[in-house]
Design a protein around this ligand. Structure first.
Ligand code: ATP
Ligand code: MG
Length: 398
């Protein structure tokens, strides 16, 4: 039997909501570990959860999954013994014997106060026992190579060495739902990840314009959704919108420099309707201030004003380098840089407006059949995918 201790971290600060958050976190963990369900037992403690795994060969896989779940502060593989001196001494010695040569320190915490030996005394007992029966370890209380932690609790004494960092943040699903405008680029997957970190369940919408954009560009977005799935909950949707009819209509815009701005306004309008239909709480994009012409504050304003819902922009103040670092750490970078355009390059103007004005955008849209085409696109040109048995499958129409 291998035991993993999961610490909740920030959640413990949440007062009233604490119970709700912990319940959600445990549910998220159970869903992600569903494959191992016959091998796992869950034991709840006040500030932590213990996962008892009866197949130690699966330990690395289980830890790998847990490391990607938001709301987990840290993890330790622990040994559990009864609250008695002999068992504690024996187990700590066994652990010490397996350590690489160097220095160590013992840390004792008595959550269960009824234990008859004090912390200080127990520390000395454990350390002398180790020093007597090994010859590759020395004590160093300031900068030890190995820290052996002993925590006495009512349910037993927990002994562990390493604390593995969790992703922290809030459990996905505790802050509501967002619809992420997902291109095939570097930024929007990172923005999606960061929104999950603050507890949003993230659904996605991708706009494609076949035949101008290739099948490969779409494959890339599917891949990104799959890669992000280890952080998300399973109850999300992925909308793929064929935007071609609207794009063709937008070719009639007189002021070419407004094309991108107006295309983005259409994206946001469609996304708003999808949100309404599915009761999503907000939109989210990968915009970063000043990164490209369409990401000035004037441009953001001209696009923003067609939205009835808040648009979350987690990357707004980030440098590209910071975004790339996150993208690499969440394993979306290599997919994002594959060279397939997500917007028809024919459509992109030579010099897009950098400081668009709302009234100019509105004027340009006048006389075009945009509202009708939006309706038509929503009703006929969107395919919806859901996550089922570990893959994206098209949702049956209800
Ligand atoms: P990204 O790296 O996310 O593609 P970007 O730096 O290329 O971003 P833009 O092309 O200006 O920036 O796009 C800004 C945001 O608009 C994107 O982050 C994304 O949220 C949204 N977006 C752009 N193109 C699409 C698309 N084809 N489908 C869905 N959303 C899109
Ligand atoms: Mg892009």
């Amino acid at each position: 039997m291998t035991n993993i201790l999961i610490r909740y971290g920030e959640l413990t600060l949440k007062g009233q909501n604490k119970k709700l958050f912990i319940t959600k976190l445990i549910r998220n963990i159970k869903v992600k570990l569903n494959y191992f369900k016959d091998k796992i037992e869950y034991i709840k403690d006040t500030k932590s959860l213990i996962i008892s795994l009866n197949d130690s060969n699966q330990l690395d896989k289980v830890l790998g999954i847990l490391k990607n779940i938001f709301g987990i502060y840290s993890l330790s593989v622990i040994e559990v013994v009864n609250n008695n001196e002999e068992e504690i001494l024996a187990k700590t010695l066994e652990i010490a014997k397996n350590l690489t040569p160097g220095t160590f320190k013992i840390e004792v915490k008595r959550v269960e106060k009824s234990f008859k030996i004090g912390s200080q005394e127990l520390k000395i007992l454990i350390a002398s026992n180790i020093l007597t029966h090994t010859n590759h370890l020395k004590v160093n209380v300031k900068e030890p190579d190995h820290l052996i932690n002993v925590v006495l609790k009512k349910m037993g004494t927990q002994i562990f060495i390493d604390r593995i960092k969790g992703l922290k943040g809030l459990p996905v699903g505790t802050s509501g739902t967002a619809l992420s405008l997902l291109s095939g680029g570097i930024d929007s997957p990172v923005a999606s990840f960061l929104s999950m970190k603050r507890g949003l369940t993230v659904s996605y919408i991708h706009f494609m314009t076949p035949p101008h954009t290739s099948e490969k560009a779409l494959d890339k977005v599917f891949k990104l959704v799959e890669k992000l799935q280890k952080y998300n909950t399973n109850d999300f949707q992925f909308f793929v919108c064929d935007f071609s009819d609207i794009l063709t209509e937008l070719m009639h815009i007189k002021n070419e420099s407004y094309r991108i701005t107006i295309m983005r306004r259409m994206f946001v309008k469609i996304a708003n309707i999808i949100c309404q239909q599915n009761s999503f709480n907000c939109l989210l994009t990968g915009e970063s201030l000043g990164q490209v012409a369409s990401q000035t504050i004037e441009s953001i304003n001209t696009i923003n004003c067609v939205s009835n819902l808040p648009i979350i922009r987690p990357l707004i103040t980030m440098d590209k380098e910071e975004i790339i670092d996150i993208s690499k750490s969440i394993d979306t970078y290599e997919t994002s840089i594959l060279p397939f355009d997500d917007v028809c390059s024919m459509y992109v103007p030579k010099s897009p407006v950098t400081k668009p004005k709302i009234f100019v955008a509105e004027n340009q849209e006048e006389g075009l059949l945009l509202n009708e085409l939006i309706k038509h696109t929503i009703n006929n040109k969107i395919k919806t995918y859901v996550w089922k048995d570990g893959e994206l499958v098209e949702k049956e129409k209800s």
